[in-house]
Design a protein around this ligand. Structure first.
Ligand SMILES: C=C(O[C@@H]1C=C(C(=O)O)C=C[C@H]1O)C(=O)O
Length: 93
């Protein structure tokens, strides 16, 4: 096999592994959102906490830029995750 094709396939296998880790980390984060949602429901606290959300967004930006990830991407990623985190917190069981 062409060496480049071999390397391409190795890189793809590594991407598949990293994606598996990403999804597993996201699932863990959403489990925590669920737990927080139930605490907030009991304590009658609002799901969306703008100050905390801003703080976490900044954390994403700082972590992202320290790893060479664009600020806009880090912000968009956090917004997507935050939206799902809030949706999960609103689901009653
Ligand atoms: C998880 C929380 O609820 C919301 C979701 C957040 C998040 O997913 O990072 C942060 C702040 C809140 O808007 C929280 O209050 O900590």
């Amino acid at each position: 096999m062409d060496k480049r094709v071999e390397v391409l396939n190795e890189c793809r296998a590594l991407i598949d592994e990293v994606d598996q880790q990403l999804i597993s980390c996201l699932a863990k984060r959403f489990q925590l959102s669920k737990a927080i949602g139930s605490i907030k429901r009991d304590a009658d606290v609002r799901v969306h906490q703008p100050d905390r959300a801003k703080q976490v967004e900044e954390h994403y930006v700082n972590l992202g830029t320290s790893h060479g990830i664009q600020r806009n991407f880090a912000v968009d990623l956090f917004h997507l995750i935050h939206e799902e985190s809030c949706r999960i917190q609103r689901v009653e069981e």
